[in-house]
Design a protein around this ligand. Structure first.
Ligand SMILES: Nc1ncnc2c1ncn2[C@@H]1O[C@H](COP(=O)(O)OP(=O)(O)O)[C@@H](O)[C@H]1O
Ligand SMILES: [Mg+2]
Length: 367
């Protein structure tokens, strides 16, 4: 069986429906099957907590211990070709105030962000089924997450931008019209705004390259991704400096309007990622549920490949109930992609028979 970087052993203690579980996960693909309510998603959630985030369910820490228990723990042995074998532990000791603790090789990590440098995860869950049609913020956050995984400056630019925008909004709302103060904030907003949009464009260019070179040649349907917004249009025919100056000028002119409406009508917080399903030349939001699933899958698969190529961490892909919407042709395309990705992938589904074609790369588990 091909060996890839990833989780090689998993141990759960009093986590959700599990009292104690030890799993050998030395495979490229881990397939978890069983009827509803067996604990498949719980298992993916356990893996997803090996990250700075709240995991695939965005759960409160207090919901994680098995009913009747206060503490919980997830530990994992991780194979990492650069850093060797690593041991991670995530959990809560069950003291007065619930607190998620993350350990690496026995040492408690100072910031949860540190685990994100060693393990970079992406997941696709039923909760994301409406990703293509839901509010644009989810799509921006997805690309921004990919963006800062291999360029931490992107995260700094976003927080500086948001901070300056908030401060400007407060000044305008409070009736403060200090010219120098506002100009300095607007300059920061414009600089950060153009930097954010430019980096998103860079990420898209890289994703499009992977889509064209890896996904499409193996039969994945053609699709297009585009960021749309005022700044995106600006940087198409202006230099970064010109775009910043233009954006800053616009902000200066829209102070009174922004004072009433709050925020600003222009900026990267207004951009949206659009999809086009090429076989039918249909925009993503008009596609069928199954076609939308293909579009999100295309984005997720190309993104995890990008993380595998660009980030120092071990990439992990978690696919919860993904094949349910896919007909046999798309299932085969998905399976071929997953086998070729060289990224450890965790998949769940009801019927083990649906995953037969993955057996050369998989181990199977039924909770
Ligand atoms: N903290 C908890 N303690 C014990 N059981 C839990 C806890 N949280 C959720 N569960 C149970 O876990 C079960 C399985 O959930 P899940 O992993 O979502 O199943 P599925 O196999 O359908 O994905 C549910 O029936 C739920 O009641
Ligand atoms: Mg489930």
């Amino acid at each position: 069986m091909p060996q890839t970087n990833g989780v090689v052993s998993l141990y759960l203690k009093d986590f959700r429906s599990y009292g104690e579980l030890v799993l050998d996960t030395r495979a490229q693909i881990i397939v978890i099957t069983g009827e509803n309510g067996r604990g498949k998603t719980n298992l993916l959630e356990a893996v997803s907590l090996l990250s700075p985030s709240k995991g695939i369910r965005k759960a409160k820490t207090t919901d994680l211990p098995k009913f009747g228990s206060k503490s919980w723990g997830v530990s994992a042995g991780v194979l990492h070709s650069i850093h060797g074998d690593l041991q991670f532990g995530v959990g809560d000791l069950g003291e007065e105030t619930p607190k998620k603790i993350i350990r690496m090789n026995g040492e408690t990590l100072k910031t949860h962000q540190d685990i994100g440098k060693m393990i970079t995860q992406l997941w696709l869950t039923p909760a994301m089924d409406r990703f293509v049609v839901d509010a644009p913020s989810g799509r921006r956050e997805f690309i921004d997450h990919i963006g800062w995984t291999f360029n931490l400056e992107h995260a700094t630019h976003i927080s500086t931008y948001e901070h300056a925008m908030k401060e400007r909004s407060k000044l305008l709302k409070d009736g403060v019209r200090d010219k120098i103060w506002l100009e300095s904030l607007e300059k920061t907003i414009a600089q950060m705004g153009v930097a954010i949009v430019s980096w998103r464009e860079t990420v898209l260019v890289l994703l499009k390259k992977i889509i064209a070179e890896l996904l499409i040649p193996s039969g994945f349907p053609r699709f297009e991704l585009n960021f749309e917004g005022d700044i995106e249009t600006l940087i198409q025919n202006k230099s970064a400096l010109e775009a910043e100056a233009f954006f800053q000028e616009k902000l200066g002119l829209s102070r009174e309007l922004d004072a009433i409406k709050g925020g600003s009508s222009m900026g990267p917080h207004r951009s949206d990622l659009s999809f086009l399903f090429c076989p039918k030349n249909t925009p993503g939001y008009l596609c069928s549920t199954g076609e939308q699933k293909i579009l999100i899958l295309g984005l997720v698969l190309s993104s995890i490949k990008l993380l595998e190529l660009k980030s120092q961490g071990v990439p992990l892909l978690l696919l919860d109930e993904v094949i349910a919407h896919l007909d046999p042709i798309y299932r085969r395309i998905l399976f071929d992609q997953i086998k070729n990705l060289k990224v450890q992938t965790w998949m769940t589904g009801i019927d083990i028979k649906d995953f037969q074609d993955l057996r050369s790369h998989s181990i199977y588990f039924s909770p």
